[in-house]
Write a protein that binds this ligand. Structure first.
Ligand code: ADP
Ligand code: MG
Length: 628
C-alpha cells in the first residue's frame, strides 16, 4: 500500500471545495456521470481508431444507492485508470485529464463529445461525501487499483482485484447530506441533468409487462419481468441530422422535454453549426397569444448533452426567451458571471446566429406557406414585434414578413399595405396616414365610420403595439399611424363631409356656452362640427399622441419611465347638424337641458367603454327616470 499527499497549490483545498466551489451541492452527480461518460466515450474513440484492442460492446453507466452502508455508487465500463493515471489525474487536483486527452488527440477527438474541462469535477464529490473511493481497472493490461481519500489531503492507494474494465466511484455520504441517499432525490437529479446524456444510465429496475402466452386463460394475469431501468434517452433529437427527422419526431421530442405541456408547438427551428463555434439545438415556437408574461426559462442549455441551466439570459436574445427547446454548445463559458458572458465574443456570435436562424425560418414559412403563416400570426406576433423593437438586425429582416392584419382579416406586409393605401392617396408625396383599431368591439362605431369612407383599418391589438408604431414612424418615411377613435380622425373622416352648419356663429357661441356649463372642462375639449345628420350627435376622441404615450408607459420600455401622471384628456365632438342638438338648444328649462346634455355625454362615453362604477349606475338610473 502506498500513501501520499494530494498535490494542491492551496494548503487544504477541501474546505474550499465544500463551501465555495459550487453553491449547488447537487451538481456532484452531474460531474461524476460526466466523467463516467467521458471515460466511456474515450474508450469508444480509442477502439474506433484502433488504439485499444478491446471490445467496446454496449457499455452503460450504473448508479446505485446502498442505504445500509450510506454509500452512493457510480459505475462505468469505460477506459478506467492505471495506478499511474490515478496518481496523475486524481492526485494532481486541477489537472484536467479531459483537456489533456483532447490536446493529445486534438484532430481526431474534437467531435467525440468529451465533457470535462474544469479539472475540479471529480472533487465536487467531497461536497456531499466524507470519504470517497475509486476502484478502477484500465483497458490496458494492468492491475486494478483502489484509491481512498477521507477528505483530508492524504489518501491511500493499493491494488484491487476488480476484474472488469471500468471505474466504480463510491461516495460515503456525509451526515448532513443524507438526502442524496434517497431514491427519489437521485432520480430527480438524474432526470434533471442527465436525461439526454449519450451513454445509457441504469438506475434500479422496473417491472415490464409481457404479452400473455397463447394458451393463457382469460383470468390469468399477464406475465411480468424485472428489467433495467434506463433513465436517459442517449440520442435526443437535437443531436440528429434534420434530414433524418420527421415532423412527428420533433413533436414527440417536444413532449419529452415538456411532459406536462399538452399544447403542440407551432413550428420548430433546428440549429446546427460547427464553425466558428459549435452549437446544436431545437427551438420551438409555442402558442403565445396576447400574453406577454408567458413563462420564460423554458429553453434549456446543455453542453455535450449535459444539462447546465434553464436560464439562457444573455445567451439567447431577450425576445427569444419566450421560445422553448434546447441549445447545446460546448463553447459557452459557464463559470463566469452573466455580465461577463454577454461580453464574450463567442456568446455574441451565438446570440446573433440564433436571431438569424429564427428570422430565416420565419421568412421561409412566410414565403412557402403564407396562408398557414397568416393563421399562426396571432400566436407568434408578440415574439416578432418584440424582436423588431429590440434588435435592429431582426427589424430589417422582419420588415419583410411582419404582418398587419385589417379588421376584416386581410393580412398585409408593410410594403403591400403602403401600396394599398397609396392607391387612394391623391398626393402620393404627402404623408401616408395608416388607420388602426385596437379593439373591434370597443371601437366598432369608429371603425364603421372609417370603412364607410373607404379607409382600410388595421387591427393592431398586441400589448406592445404602441411601441412598434412609434418605431415604425421613426424608421420609415412620411407615415403616421392614427387610431380610429383619435382626434386626427376628425380631419380625415369628418372634415371631408360637405355638410354645412345650420347654425349661425352666435347660435354656436350660445350652444357651446350651454354645453360647457355641464361638461367638465378639465376632461373634455368641446368641439362643434357640422357633420352629416346621421352621424352620432356626441363623439369622444382622444389625442393620438397622449393615448399612445400612456399605453407605452403601461407596457414599459422605450424610455417611457418616469413620465407618470399623464392627465386623462378627451375631445368631445358635437355634431351641430344632429336633431338631438336642435332639441338641446330648444329646451327651455335649465334643469331639463342639463339632463339631456349629461345623458348624451354618458351615451358617448358608454360607446367608448369609459363609463364605469358609480357613474354607470347613475346613468342607468337616470335612463330609467327618463323613460318612465
Ligand atoms: P475533468 O473531467 O474536467 O477532466 P475531473 O476532475 O472531473 O476533471 O476528472 C479528472 C480526471 O480524472 C479526468 O480527466 C479523468 O482522466 C480521470 N477520471 C475521472 N473519473 C474517471 C472515470 N470514471 N474513469 C476514468 N477516468 C476518470
Ligand atoms: Mg469531469
Amino acid at each position: 500500500m502506498a500513501t501520499g499527499s494530494i498535490n494542491v497549490s492551496v494548503e487544504n483545498i477541501f474546505p474550499l471545495i465544500k463551501k465555495f466551489l459550487y453553491s449547488d451541492h447537487e451538481i456532484f452527480l452531474r460531474e461524476l456521470i460526466s466523467n463516467a461518460t467521458d471515460a466511456t466515450l474515450k474508450l469508444k474513440h480509442l477502439t474506433s481508431i484502433g488504439e485499444a484492442s478491446v471490445e467496446y460492446g454496449n457499455p452503460r453507466i450504473e448508479v446505485k444507492i446502498d442505504k445500509e452502508n450510506k454509500t452512493l455508487h457510480v459505475i462505468d465500463q469505460g477506459i478506467g485508470m492505471t495506478g499511474e493515471e490515478v496518481e496523475k489525474y486524481i492526485n494532481q487536483v486541477a489537472f484536467s485529464g479531459a483537456e489533456e486527452f483532447l490536446e493529445k488527440y486534438k484532430d481526431s477527438a474534437k467531435d467525440s463529445g468529451i465533457i470535462g474541462h474544469f479539472g475540479l469535477g471529480f472533487y465536487s464529490a467531497f461536497m456531499v461525501a466524507e470519504k470517497v473511493e475509486i476502484i478502477t481497472k484500465s483497458f490496458k493490461e494492468e492491475p486494478a487499483v483502489h484509491w481512498i481519500c477521507d477528505g483530508s489531503p492524504s489518501y491511500t492507494i493499493e491494488e484491487s482485484d476488480k476484474k472488469e474494465r471500468g471505474t466504480e466511484i463510491i461516495l460515503h455520504i456525509a451526515e448532513d447530506e443524507v438526502e442524496f441517499l434517497e431514491e427519489s432525490k437521485i432520480r430527480e437529479l438524474l432526470v434533471k441533468y442527465n436525461k439526454f446524456m449519450p451513454i445509457p444510465i441504469k438506475f434500479g429496475t422496473k417491472t415490464e409487462t409481457l404479452p400473455k402466452p397463447e394458451d393463457a386463460k382469460e383470468e390469468d394475469p399477464a406475465p411480468t419481468q424485472e428489467v433495467d431501468n434506463i433513465i436517459n434517452n442517449p440520442e435526443p433529437a437535437w443531436t440528429k441530422q434534420p434530414t433524418d427527422l420527421k415532423d412527428e419526431d420533433y413533436k414527440s421530442f417536444y413532449r419529452e422535454l415538456y411532459p406536462m405541456q399538452f399544447e403542440e408547438p407551432l413550428f420548430h427551428i433546428h440549429l446546427n453549426v460547427d464553425y466558428p463555434f459549435n452549437l446544436t439545438g431545437i427551438l420551438y415556437f409555442p402558442k403565445m397569444g396576447q400574453d406577454m408574461n408567458i413563462q420564460k426559462d423554458k429553453i434549456q442549455l446543455y453542453q455535450n448533452q449535459v444539462f447546465v441551466t434553464d436560464n439562457v439570459e444573455g445567451i439567447v436574445p431577450e425576445f427569444l426567451t419566450m421560445l422553448r427547446g434546447v441549445i447545446d454548445s460546448p463553447d459557452i463559458p459557464l463559470n463566469v458571471s452573466r455580465s461577463y458572458l454577454q461580453a464574450d465574443g463567442n456568446v455574441k456570435k451565438i446570440s446573433s446566429y440564433i436571431t438569424r436562424k429564427v428570422a430565416d425560418k420565419l421568412s421561409s414559412l412566410f414565403k412557402n406557406s403564407r396562408e398557414d403563416y397568416e393563421k399562426k400570426w396571432n400566436d407568434i406576433k408578440i415574439v416578432i414585434e418584440y424582436g423588431m423593437l429590440s434588435e435592429d438586425k431582426f427589424f430589417e429582416k422582419a420588415d419583410k414578413f411582419a404582418l398587419y392584419p385589417t379588421v376584416d382579416n386581410t393580412y398585409f406586409t408593410y410594403e403591400e399595405l403602403m401600396d394599398k393605401i397609396k392607391e387612394n392617396q391623391t398626393d402620393k408625396d404627402e404623408k401616408t396616414i395608416i388607420l388602426y383599431a385596437s379593439d373591434k368591439d370597443e371601437q366598432h362605431s369608429y371603425i364603421s365610420a372609417a370603412k364607410d369612407k373607404g379607409y382600410e383599418v388595421l387591427l393592431l391589438d398586441s400589448p406592445i403595439v404602441s411601441h412598434l408604431i412609434q418605431k415604425l414612424e421613426t424608421s420609415k418615411e412620411k407615415i403616421s399611424f392614427v387610431r380610429v377613435d383619435s382626434d386626427h380622425v376628425d380631419n380625415l373622416i369628418k372634415k371631408e363631409d360637405t355638410a354645412i352648419s345650420k347654425l349661425s356663429d352666435e347660435e354656436k357661441e350660445a350652444l357651446k356656452e350651454d354645453l360647457e356649463k355641464v361638461i367638465p372642462k378639465e376632461k373634455y375639449t368641446v368641439q362643434l362640427e357640422a357633420m352629416d345628420s346621421n352621424a352620432a350627435p356626441f363623439m369622444i376622441t382622444q389625442p393620438e399622441f397622449m393615448r399612445r404615450m400612456k399605453e407605452m408607459q403601461q407596457t414599459g420600455g422605450g424610455g417611457m419611465f418616469g413620465m407618470g401622471g399623464m392627465p386623462e384628456m378627451y375631445n368631445l365632438i358635437v355634431n351641430t347638424n344632429h336633431e338631438l342638438i336642435g332639441q338641446i338648444r330648444e329646451t327651455k328649462t335649465d334643469k331639463k337641458k342639463e339632463r339631456l346634455i349629461k345623458q348624451s355625454l354618458d351615451l358617448a362615453r358608454l360607446s367608448q367603454n369609459l363609463l364605469k362604477g358609480e357613474e354607470l349606475t347613475n346613468f342607468v338610473q337616470r335612463s330609467f327616470e327618463m323613460i318612465k
